[in-house]
Design a protein around this ligand. Structure first.
Ligand SMILES: [Zn+2]
Length: 240
C-alpha cells in the first residue's frame, strides 16, 4: 500500500465513521421507535398544576426514561408557581390550558367563561413565551359555546378516553390498572398532586412498554372520539 493510498483509506474510514455518527442516531431512532412502539401511542396528561408536587412529577417522568407528557395548567396556579411552569417547559412537556381558576364553566356567564380561557392562555404565554394550543375544561364540563371560545383562542378541546380516578385518592396500583385500560391513540387523565399518582408514573410507563406502547403527544383527530356517552372530542395521541 502506497503512502497516498494508505492516507486515502484512512481518510475514507474517518469519513465513514463521521457519516455513521451523523446518520446513525436519526436512523437508529426511527427504527427503534417502530420496534419499541408497535402497540401505538397514548398521551399521559396531568391536570391542575403547577403545584408543590410538580418537581416530583417531572423527576418521575425523567426517571421513567424521559417520558414526555401534557400538563393542563390553571392560570392562577401558573401565577402562583411560575418557576414550576418554566421547569415543565424546560423538560419539553406540552403546556396546555385548564382555565384560570378551575370553575365549572357551564355555571358562568359567557363573558366570564371566555375570560377564564383567555387569562389562562395569557398567564402561560407570559411564562413560557408560547400560547397553549390545547384546552381541557375543568370537570370535563363544556358546551358548544365554550368550544367556540376555545377555537377563537386557537386551541383544541381535549377530554380523555381513560380516567385514572387518581383524584379520588385511590391507591397507586388502582391508578396504574385504570390508566393501563387505555388503547392506542387514547388519552389518560391524571393529576399532579396525589403522591399515589407520582408513584404510579414508573409503573404506568412500564405497563405501556410491556404492551408495546409509548407515550405520545395530543394532536387533532378528524374522527370524533367518545369521552363518555353523549360527549365526544377531536383529539388523539401521536408520536412526539
Ligand atoms: Zn382539573
Amino acid at each position: 500500500m502506497t503512502r497516498r493510498s494508505r492516507t486515502r483509506a484512512w481518510l475514507g474510514a474517518v469519513v465513514a465513521t463521521a457519516m455513521s455518527l451523523v446518520l446513525a442516531p436519526g436512523v437508529a431512532q426511527a427504527d427503534s421507535a417502530g420496534d419499541r412502539c408497535p402497540g401505538g401511542y397514548v398521551a399521559l396528561t396531568f391536570d391542575d398544576g403547577p403545584t408543590e408536587a410538580t418537581p416530583q412529577v417531572l423527576k418521575a417522568l425523567r426517571d421513567a426514561g424521559s417520558v414526555r407528557a401534557t400538563f393542563f395548567l390553571a392560570g392562577g396556579m401558573v401565577h402562583a408557581h411560575p418557576e414550576h411552569t418554566r421547569s415543565i417547559a424546560a423538560d419539553r412537556h406540552e403546556i396546555a390550558n385548564h382555565s384560570y381558576s378551575h370553575p365549572d364553566l357551564n355555571t358562568l356567564t359567557p363573558d366570564a367563561a371566555f375570560k377564564e380561557l383567555r387569562d389562562a392562555s395569557r398567564a402561560i404565554k407570559a411564562e413560557t413565551g408560547q400560547a397553549p394550543t390545547l384546552f381541557r375544561p375543568p370537570y370535563g364540563s363544556t358546551n358548544p359555546r365554550i368550544r367556540l371560545d376555545v377555537a377563537r383562542l386557537g386551541m383544541l378541546e381535549v377530554l380523555w378516553t381513560v380516567d385514572s380516578l387518581d383524584w379520588r385518592g385511590i391507591p397507586t396500583d388502582e391508578i396504574v390498572a385504570n390508566a393501563l385500560r387505555v388503547r392506542a391513540g387514547g388519552i389518560v387523565l391524571l393529576h399532579e398532586g396525589p403522591p399515589a399518582t407520582i408513584a404510579a408514573i414508573p409503573k404506568i410507563v412500564e405497563g405501556l412498554a410491556e404492551r408495546g406502547m409509548c407515550a405520545g403527544k395530543v394532536v387533532f383527530s378528524a374522527k370524533p372520539v367518545q369521552a363518555w356517552p353523549g360527549m365526544t372530542y377531536h383529539a388523539k395521541a401521536a408520536p412526539w
